[in-house]
Design a protein around this ligand. Sequence first.
Ligand SMILES: [Zn+2]
Length: 218
Amino acid sequence: MTKQIYPEQLRGIKLQNKKVDYTLKISKRAKGMCLAVYCDGSFVVTKPIGLSENIVEKFIIQKSNWILSKLEYFKQFGVDVFKNDYQKYLAHKDEALDLVKERIKHFNKTYNLKFNKINIKNQKTRWGSCSKKGNLNFNYKILFLPKHITDYIIVHELCHLKEFNHSGKFWDLVNKAIPNHSELKKEINFPRAYARGISRVQASLVQRLLVPVVQCTL
Ligand SMILES: [Zn+2]
C-alpha cells in the first residue's frame, strides 16, 4: 500500500470583516473537523479527507466568535514571545532569574521548602520542572506571562519539592498559596486530548499553554 501524503495548504477567510489566515490539514484519521488556535497566533484547521471545503468554511464562520476571541487572547503574550530564540533567551535570562528568585522567596515564607538550584532554561514545551535532586527549572518566557500565571507556575514547581506527583496532597499544598488555582486552570483551559506529544511530561495545565485551544465536531 502506498502512503498518501496530503500537504498542508494555506487559506484565508473573512471573519467579521477581518481577514484570518489558516493552515488547512487533511487527515486520514480525523472523523470530524477541528479548529486549533495556537499561542503564537497561528490557526490550524483539520478536516477528514472526503469532507468538502465548503462545509469546513461554514464551520469556521459558525465558530468565528470563538476563533477571534482566542486569537485576541493570545495577542497579549506578544507574537514572538514563544519563538525559540537563543539571543532572546540570553537577553532575558538574568531578569527571569531575578523574578523567579523573588517570587520563590515570597512563596517560601508559606512553604519553607529546601531546594538545591534555580535554573532558567530555554525550552519549547515546558514552563517549569522540578528535579529529584531538588533543582527548580523555569522557562525564561514566564517573564512575559501575566503575573498570576507566573506565580502559579512557580508555586506549582515549588510544591513538587514536597509532593513529586499531582495527587490530592499536591493540590492541597498549591492551594495554600494559590487558592484560585482551579479557576486559573479554567482560564487557561487547554483540553487534555491535545497534550499529545508532551504527555510524557507530568505537565500541569499551565505547562500546556504551548498546546492549542481547540473546537472540534464529532
Ligand atoms: Zn506538576
